[in-house]
Design a protein around this ligand. Structure first.
Ligand code: CAP
Ligand code: MG
Length: 432
């Protein structure tokens, strides 16, 4: 065949030096059988920028300047640089359509995983980032040093709005800062959103009055976008300071819209990540959770579920640490084949959220990984306490106190009955 049919290898240049304004993406890749390394990385850079499968009849000169370049290869890891002009300012969905789109379906790749991205300041300046951030949340909740705490009523769905609020009251009276809706609770026949807000508001005011502490809730507004805006307003009008969104199922476009709405109300966004494991669990294919966390911090969630390493859901320790670094640091240094450099400029830091199979016996393990700058959700682990929700929350608070004072749980349990009862039931078991 004389005429050139493909031009993928024109997207490979190992002597290319990315410019300061390039978006740079780190991929893990495995060529399919019979595909060379350069044919694979050329396809990644081509299909995610200006290319397609064949040479073309017409190529305006501008194209040359918009082509992505695969420029650094280290075994199965490749960095691809994208000119800034490829990306619409402030449009998160479009970024994902480019770097996290068609390339994942290419036959020429056996596996492909997007690990991290360096977003230049010229790109991030078009995004708001968290409204409150770590400092704002600590100030708003009057919690200076320890991790913030919360719980979901369990069973996760089925309570009436009134029952839900009664469990929230018990949770708050046990010392927790927050009650959280579960990811699959929105507005059902037995637990209407607006009913729930009414009862929750009453119970919150009662708990705040009786404890003198700031109490709040991560009430799930996930729904069609205009409905989410309506629910955000109702939360605001009732004095709530957070809203919860299932950000993966809702999508980046609606999270951007709600960041504007909630930001006008100075409300913090709690990002549940339900559905993330459809694309981040396979270490050889898909998107990393740290990439999802990065995009959501950029758009402006104040906290996002980050795993526990010791709980019931898959979350390797290294991944939990990487997500925490992505959410909390202002400047991230490159870590070979795991993290790229990132200067967050004015984008505020957010909290990693440890949740999933947590109980008092696991609190020291999680705090050893995340320290105090986190939110810890203990749900089944308080409602399953032998003496009920309030005792379970107390036991978890006692476990946090013990850990912050450098005392073992067993030692602290000698004069903290609720913690003793929790340890008698669960010890330090790691649920699967
Ligand atoms: C935890 C939870 C959370 C998970 C989500 C649940 O309840 O409410 O949704 O933590 O996982 O429904 O399982 P338990 P992740 O504390 O009773 O396990 O935090 O990994 O996103
Ligand atoms: Mg849940």
């Amino acid at each position: 065949m004389s005429k050139k049919v493909e031009w993928y290898t024109e997207f490979v240049n190992e002597s290319y030096k990315p410019s300061k304004t390039d978006v740079v993406v780190l991929f893990y890749f495995e060529p399919a059988k019979g595909i060379s390394r350069d044919e694979a990385i050329g396809r990644i850079a081509s299909e995610s920028s200006t290319g397609t499968w064949t040479t073309l009849f017409r190529m305006p000169p501008r194209m040359k300047k918009l082509m992505a370049t695969a420029f650094e290869v280290d075994g199965n890891f490749v960095k691809v640089a994208y000119p800034l002009d490829l990306w619409e300012p402030g449009n998160a969905p479009q970024l994902l359509s480019g770097i996290a789109g068609n390339i994942f379906g290419m036959k020429a790749l056996e596996n492909l995983r997007l690990i991290d991205v360096t977003l230049p300041k010229e790109y991030i300046k078009h995004f708001k980032g968290p409204c409150q951030g770590i400092q704002g949340i600590r100030k708003m909740m009057k919690v200076k040093k320890r991790p913030l705490t919360g719980a979901v009523p369990k069973p996760k769905i089925g309570f009436s709005a009134k029952e839900h609020a009664e469990i929230a009251f018990e949770t708050w009276m046990g010392g927790f800062d927050l009650t959280k809706d579960d990811e699959n609770l929105s507005s059902t026949s037995f637990n209407n959103f607006y009913e729930r807000v009414k009862f929750m508001t009453k119970m919150r005011d009662k708990a705040e009055k009786e404890t003198g502490e700031q109490k709040d809730a991560l009430i799930n507004i996930t729904a069609e976008t205009k409905e989410m805006m309506k629910r955000a307003k109702v939360l605001h009008d009732n004095g709530w300071r957070y809203a919860m969104i299932d950000v993966v199922v809702a999508g980046t476009a609606s999270v951007q819209t709600l960041r504007d709405t909630l930001g006008d109300y100075k409300m913090a966004i709690h990002a549940h990540r339900a559905m993330h494991a459809t694309f981040d669990r396979n270490e050889k294919h898909g998107l990393s959770m740290q990439f999802l966390a990065k995009i959501m911090r950029l758009i402006g969630v104040d906290q996002i579920h980050s795993g526990t390493a010791v709980g019931k859901l898959v979350s390797p320790r290294k991944e939990v640490e990487t997500i925490a670094e992505t959410m909390r640091e202002m400047k991230v240094k490159e870590e070979k084949n795991n993290l790229l450099n990132q200067d967050w400029g004015n984008i505020k830091p957010g909290f990693p959220v440890a949740s999933g199979g947590m109980h008092p016996g696991l609190i020291p393990d999680v705090m050893e990984i995340l320290g105090n700058e986190c939110t810890i959700l203990v749900s089944g682990g308080i409602h399953g306490h032998p003496k009920g929700t309030r005792a379970g929350a107390k036991a978890s608070m006692q476990a946090i106190e013990a850990t912050m004072n450098g005392v073992s749980l067993e030692e602290y349990a000698k004069n903290h009955l609720e913690l003793k009862e929790a340890l008698d039931k669960w010890g330090h078991m790691r649920p699967v």
